[in-house]
Ligand binder design. Structure first.
Ligand code: MG
Length: 366
């Protein structure tokens, strides 16, 4: 072999192991984060606001040729917005691009240490890393969590606050869903309930979104609503009215679920006497790992669990659906309320959540 041939052969073969060794030392994962505008099918009204769209963040984490998808939907109620949450992801970009995503738990703990607030951003990172890891392992997320996909609960379909005529139309559109969730807490609760009950006898779950302003009003309203074929009610009073909420619970029979008053695992002991169950959401707590902590903590206090959502695409809704076998109830319809879902994942058949069997979250482009 002459020198030129030797150089050619050596040059073609030898650098590969050297490069592979270098890649182990300094990874170059990529992180794409963008503000995405979810367009609502109907103007969405609760006690908090009325909107035609919601801005949120979509995140793609790519490493070793696999892309994990994450999403976070910030809401004003929790003093979060999409611009801040995108900036929060940018602030931990060096950590995400250099870390080994197999160590997802270590990365997430570090993200929580480095980031104040911005729980939607934390959720997006956490979901994307777990999607990546489960795709790498070739298993669906629910299997990684040790769950049975047959145990998913039925999901409710939400009816936003509207005129009686529109409310009736929305109830008709919700025909495939056996359980409805109804937003209450405004002056027109009586006409809303009358409109709904004129067209359906389906079980109803109510969400007051902190809409009742005194403990006496809450008791009076809940006692009236109990007679309307209602299973339970979420967050009757403002989150900070904890003593009043304990009093209300002692005066009514209808089960009460805490939502806005319980964002993180450490909130559970404080509100345990105000409710019979809690609502967990990936966006408000900061992702799958935080919700798992909340579920275990709430169970230790003997509470029921409902897994809920913000208005979101199929990324977050599918991630939450993979966790739903751990929960008693599901309220996972955020993706059904939007007109521009970029992905599809979990399906709903007669109200039952059907999990994808593909690896990771199991998303496909819409
Ligand atoms: Mg709620």
């Amino acid at each position: 072999m002459n020198r030129r041939t030797w150089m050619k052969t050596w040059g073609a073969v030898t650098p590969l192991p050297l490069l592979a060794g270098a890649a182990e030392k300094s990874r170059s994962n990529t992180v794409d984060v963008e503000i995405y505008r979810l367009k609502l099918r109907h103007t969405w009204t609760t006690t908090m606001a009325s909107n035609d769209f919601r801005d949120e963040i979509q995140l793609r984490f790519t490493s070793e040729g696999i892309t994990g998808h994450g999403e976070g939907a910030p809401i004003i109620r929790y003093k979060e917005d999409a611009v801040q949450n995108k900036a929060a992801v940018e602030a931990v970009r060096p950590l995400l691009t250099s870390a080994d995503p197999r160590q997802f738990r270590k990365i997430i703990d570090e993200v929580f240490k480095q980031t104040q607030g911005n729980f939607a951003a934390k959720a997006a990172i956490d979901i994307a890393l777990l999607d990546w890891f489960c795709q790498k392992q070739g298993i669906p997320l629910y299997r990684h969590l040790g769950l049975d996909s047959k145990d998913t609960p039925l999901t409710t379909f939400s009816i936003g606050i509207d005129t009686p005529e529109m409310t009736k139309q929305k109830v008709k559109e919700a025909e495939p869903y056996p359980i409805l969730k109804v937003k209450v807490g405004l002056d027109k609760d009586e006409s809303t309930m009358e409109a709904i009950r004129s067209v359906t006898k389906k079980p109803l779950r109510l969400d007051a979104n902190e809409g009742f302003k005194s403990k006496e009003q809450a008791v009076e309203k809940i006692n009236w609503l109990e007679k309307q074929g209602v299973e339970f009610i979420e967050q009757p009073l403002p989150a900070e009215m904890i003593e009043e909420a304990k009093w209300v619970r002692s005066k009514v029979h209808l089960p009460i679920f805490a939502d806005e008053s319980v964002l993180h695992p450490e909130d559970i002991p404080k509100i345990a006497d105000t409710c019979d169950g809690i609502v967990v959401k990936l966006d408000k707590s900061g992702g799958i790992h935080e919700v798992l902590k909340m579920i275990d903590t709430a169970r230790a206090f003997g509470k029921k669990i409902m897994i809920g959502c913000m208005v979101s695409s199929s990324v977050t809704i599918t991630a939450a659906a993979h966790l739903s076998p751990l929960c008693d109830y599901a309220d996972l319809d955020g993706n059904l309320l939007i007109a521009n879902d970029p992905y599809s994942g979990v399906k709903v058949v007669n109200g039952k959540l059907i999990l994808p069997e593909r690896p990771g979250l199991g998303l496909v482009k819409a």
